[in-house]
Design a protein. Structure first.
Length: 600
């Protein structure tokens, strides 16, 4: 008996895999049975989580792409259960729906008017198959005659692309929809127009608008407002006004308050406030009542033009028109007064704003601080911020930053330091620059001890000192004669990974020389060379000059110093030579005086 026969005899039957389902008769084919069973029970599915209790789990592995296609085609009247099944198989059995599956489901959902479900399905289609062509898939499945469909599905595809920020793909789908003989609805066309306008694609806006008219899609008020806004965005208010006139004559377009507001803002952006005011009056004559936005735009334009009094007159006129100024209206006028440095009026408006239940926002706080700083009323500014904090107003970082800088400029470091405490209480983290500015102010006021204490507090707040921090403190210590403390701080700085810069080196060397501690200065200069390979000629010149000014007894030491420094790599320059010559000249003068004295 050959080897193959022996193997067949000793191998159990169960060890052989079952025959392929496609080779079985229909009555025994598990894939066909699975399709039949799922199709018959599909209407019982209310959610993806209900599927395990409705469908036998042993049949689900037999559902592949072709079986899913059969189920979707059979169950076009049950789009929601089909959607649940698709989600379940994708999540639990890793059966990724193909473009064809997504297309069949999208058509079924659209046919039943389930547009939001269709939109989410198309969104999943785009994300699942990013390199596919959804439009071709939808079109081919529609013209195949296998499924029910509705042209709205193409409008929904355009919208799905827009929702994902895929503007070019959306425009391509729009063009192909028109080429296929279908017209996207006005809502979809307006959405595309709006996205193009926001992207500054004005030429493409006009292309879409022309295509809408050619396809018989009637533009509405939103269409015209989008186009007018697009023109105003590129500061072409004149063309926008011309377009409005054309639409009124040709299309019977009746401008609404949004249209006028867009045009008024367009003129404001160009600084043409008189045209904006004229258009504002036209609104009244045409029976279009200005709203809060209309007044706010005009007030901002007037404030930008330095006409704050006229802006306030508009503000006062609003209640007479049945409009109550909101937070934005108050803010615009307050910013206008701050810009003009009329802080008394700005302060009164802030009080009125708070009285109406509108706490100032971040931009108002920042402009108020800048205004008070510009007029030098820092105490008033501090009191305002304290009042705002009691009201629960979140003071922005930039407001604190501006006031800290102003207080330090006025040499009020203690007040600035208190602001840091407010910031920490408000949950803000003071910046390193803030701490450095306050330290500098303490040093300028001669309070180096307070500056050093502030450095310790900064470290407690987990803010690491930088090179500027050390530079400020070391220079101040040296100016006050505390050279040893300055050198200790420099050693801490080096341990933190910083290298002493020219300002720090100069402060320490000059400080030691000023105290006639030239040996310490020389040792420090050597340390700069040996530790960092820094040959600071300016510091070397300072040290040579210090020796030279001591008289003839120190001139030998000066020349010895020069020799020692040259061995370390220093090269005397003209400044060093000048100091030595002046020192020798003094020695000569001293000798002459001494000789004359002896002669007497």
């Amino acid at each position: 008996m050959n080897r193959a026969c022996k193997f067949l005899q000793i191998t159990p039957a169960a060890a052989f895999p079952p025959p392929l389902p496609s080779l079985l008769p229909p009555s025994l084919n598990p894939s066909i049975a699975a399709v039949d069973l799922v199709s018959s029970r599909l209407r019982l599915i209310s959610s993806p989580s209900s599927i395990p209790s409705i469908l036998p789990p042993h049949l689900l592995p037999f559902l592949g792409p072709s079986e899913l296609s059969s189920i979707l085609l059979r169950s076009q009247s049950l789009p929601i259960p089909s959607l649940h099944l698709l989600s379940f198989l994708h999540a639990r059995h890793h059966l990724t729906p193909s473009p064809y599956h997504f297309s069949l489901l999208a058509h079924a959902l659209t046919s039943f008017g389930l547009f939001s479900h269709c939109l989410s399905t198309l969104s999943r289609f785009i994300l699942t198959h990013p390199v596919s062509d959804p439009f071709s898939s939808l079109l081919s499945s529609a013209v195949s005659g296998q499924c029910n469909w509705h042209p709205t599905v193409f409008s929904l595809l355009i919208k799905a692309f827009l929702d994902h920020g895929m503007l070019r793909q959306s425009l391509d789908a729009f063009r192909r929809t028109l080429h296929a003989g279908f017209a996207p609805d006005a809502f979809t066309s307006n959405s595309l127009l709006n996205s193009l306008a926001k992207s500054g694609e004005l030429d493409l806006c006009w292309e879409v608008y022309a295509s809408m008219k050619e396809a018989g899609v009637k533009p509405n008020v939103f269409t015209f407002n989008i186009l007018i806004n697009a023109l105003c965005r590129v500061e072409d208010a004149e063309r926008a006004m011309q377009f409005l006139t054309e639409m009124e004559l040709e299309e019977g377009f009746d401008p609404d308050v949004v249209t006028y507001n867009t045009l008024i803002d367009g003129y404001r952006r160009k600084g043409r406030i008189e045209e904006a005011l004229r258009l504002f009056k036209v609104m009244h004559r045409r029976g279009v009542e200005p709203d809060l936005v209309s007044y706010t735009i005009l007030m901002k334009g007037l404030c930008d033009d330095g006409r704050v009094n006229e802006a306030h007159q508009l503000f006062d006129r609003m209640p007479q028109r049945g409009l109550n100024p909101d937070k934005i209206c108050y803010g615009v006028l307050i910013l206008g007064y701050c810009k003009e440095r009329r802080m008394r009026e700005a302060g009164l408006l802030v009080q009125a704003m708070i009285g109406c239940g509108f706490p100032p926002d971040g931009s108002v706080c920042i402009k108020l601080v800048e205004g008070y700083v510009n007029v030098g009323k820092l105490l008033t500014c501090l009191n305002k911020l304290a009042h705002f904090r009691k009201l629960g107003v979140a003071i922005p970082f930039d407001a604190y930053d501006s006031l800290v800088l102003a207080l330090c400029t006025e040499r009020r470091p203690n007040a600035a330091k208190n602001l840091l405490k407010w910031m920490i209480e408000d949950g803000l983290r003071p910046s390193l620059d803030m701490f450095n500015v306050i330290m500098q102010s303490f040093c300028d006021s001669g309070s180096v001890k307070d500056a050093c204490c502030l450095k310790d507090e900064m470290v407690e707040e987990d803010i690491r000192p930088d090179e500027s921090t050390y530079r400020i403190l070391i220079r101040c210590l040296c100016e006050l004669g505390a050279i040893a403390e300055g050198e200790c701080l420099m050693e801490e700085m080096v341990a933190s990974g910083f290298i002493p810069d020219s300002t720090i080196r100069s402060a320490l060397i000059r400080g030691y020389c000023k105290k006639r501690e030239v040996l310490k200065a020389e040792n420090l200069l050597k340390w700069f060379v040996l530790g960092f390979e820094i040959h600071d000629n300016d510091c070397f010149n300072v040290l040579i000059k210090a020796y030279s000014e001591e008289g003839r007894r120190s001139m030998e030491d000066a020349f010895d110093l020069q020799e020692r420094m040259m061995k370390l790599g220093f090269v005397p320059n003209s400044e060093a030579c000048k100091s030595l010559i002046q020192g020798l000249s003094r020695c000569r003068s001293e000798v002459k005086v001494e000789r004359k004295t002896n002669a007497l």
